[in-house]
Design a protein around this ligand. Structure first.
Ligand code: AMP
Length: 420
């Protein structure tokens, strides 16, 4: 039997209600903040990701789905969205149309990671990218957006962690200090961290090894080496978050795995999803647009994982919609009236009721069972004695009350009854 690929998941009809619910809230909140949706291709030239995310990152060095297509071009299934959005921003000169572009997306991503709870090879993210402003107000807005969406979905046990990475020049001074601090400990570090020491030293902060964590606990902190402007901007971000009543902690070890971050970085973690606790992460990435060939400009954004959010909601026992109930189930009493029955149901559908009928020639009893299973609010009994007078029986499934109404008035009667 053919099966889905390891680390990928079907989203079945029984679960789609949860996904629709998340997507509706995401879209409503982004719309309220006037963010516009962007959709980009699932795959891009490999160089886009290797250049922007960084050769030394886990994503580029071991997780990308990269292959040669039939014309020998190296292409990659997108592992994240920022690089694609920035590529589209440059390619379509979006900066000339609007000086500030506030964009959002909801889209699948691909990373060849070891699957576990909350970690898949095809997963889905929603996120935002704001291109065109250095204002720290937008750093705060990005955090507010992410937090507001997670709260609106009903998550309770979440923590916002923030940090500032400063600008490249202040970071360079700090990296030297960190190197000096780590040199005497080099032999005690895990093998992975030894490699990172050479290639991407900041990432030693991401190590899961207990001994590495102990060593990093006493390491000098990047936040103490910030340039004045970054320090002021970080203050502004914190000030706005406080006024917005967003609870946050400063986590100086929050360095994030991607090379292109500068200044504000943040993560929102859940206490309810085990090892893979990060629900969302993001920050400022001034410099990326120029790195990818555009005119120098500013960017800030975040991405959140939908599977992990749904998992956290389930673990917090927050109720999520399963199936949306039906408005009307039309039961056919007389099989000779099949065509009329079908056409009648469609008149209700055209009035925007959610309607189901029997396509399987089932008994009346079986049709009633189906109506219950689909949680129909009303059942319309089509083709009984009253049909000769062009009438139909409508039953309210909550109150069990029944009324006989003219066929052409059925929709209005249901609406009236719903209203009442
Ligand atoms: P990142 O782009 O790595 O910062 O990830 C942003 C968010 O996407 C994370 O906080 C997760 O919620 C989600 N995410 C990242 N990788 C995976 C994965 N392999 N499976 C499921 N969700 C993921």
């Amino acid at each position: 039997m053919l099966k889905s690929i390891y680390g990928t998941k079907d989203i079945l009809p029984k679960d789609i209600g949860k996904w629709n619910h998340v997507e509706t809230i995401v879209k409503n909140i982004f719309t309220a903040f006037n963010y516009k949706e962007i959709r980009t291709p699932l795959f891009e030239e490999t160089a886009l990701f290797s250049r922007s995310i960084g050769e030394e990152t886990d994503i580029v060095s071991k997780e990308m789905y990269t292959f040669f297509d039939r014309s020998e071009t190296s292409v990659t299934l997108r592992p994240e969205m920022t690089a694609s959005v920035v590529r589209a921003f440059i390619e379509h000169s979006l900066a000339t149309q609007f000086s500030l572009n506030k964009l959002f997306y909801i889209a699948p991503m691909f990373r060849q990671e070891r699957p576990q709870a909350g970690r898949l090879r095809q997963f889905h993210q929603f996120g935002a990218e704001v291109l065109g402003s250095a204002s720290p107000v937008l750093d705060a807005e990005i955090i507010i957006l992410a937090f507001t969406i997670l709260k609106s979905l009903g998550l309770k046990d979440i923590t916002v962690k923030i940090n500032s990475l400063g600008i490249a020049s202040s970071r360079k001074t700090y990296l030297e200090v960190l190197k000096k601090y780590l040199e005497p400990h080099l032999n005690e570090l895990s093998e992975e961290s030894k490699k990172r020491f050479e290639k991407n030293i900041l990432r030693i902060f991401d190590s899961k090894s207990e001994n590495d964590i102990l060593i990093m606990h006493d390491a000098p902190k990047l936040i103490d080496y910030l340039d004045e402007a970054s320090k002021d901007e970080f203050e502004t971000v914190q000030n706005i978050l406080q006024k917005e009543h967003i609870p946050f902690v400063i986590d100086s070890s929050l360095v994030r795995g991607l090379d292109y971050y500068s200044k504000t970085t943040f993560e929102i973690v859940s206490g309810k999803v085990g090892a893979q606790s990060a629900l969302c992460g993001g920050g400022r990435y001034d410099g990326l647009i120029e790195l990818l060939g555009g005119a120098p400009n500013y960017g800030v954004g975040f991405a959140a994982g939908i599977e992990r959010i749904i998992l956290a909601l389930q673990n917090e026992e927050t109720a999520l919609p399963e199936i949306t109930p039906l408005d009307v189930y039309v039961v056919l009493l007389n099989k000779d009236l099949l065509n009329e029955y079908y056409l009648f149901a469609n008149t209700l559908r055209k009035k925007h009721f959610k309607v189901e009928i029997d396509y399987l020639s089932r008994s009346v009893k079986a049709q009633m069972r189906e109506a219950n299973k689909l949680q129909a609010k009303y059942v319309a009994l089509f083709g009984g004695e009253e049909f000769s007078e062009n009438k139909i029986v409508i039953k309210n499934m909550t109150t069990s009350s029944q009324q006989v109404v003219p066929l052409e008035k059925a929709g209005e009667e249901i609406l009236l009854s719903v209203g009442g």
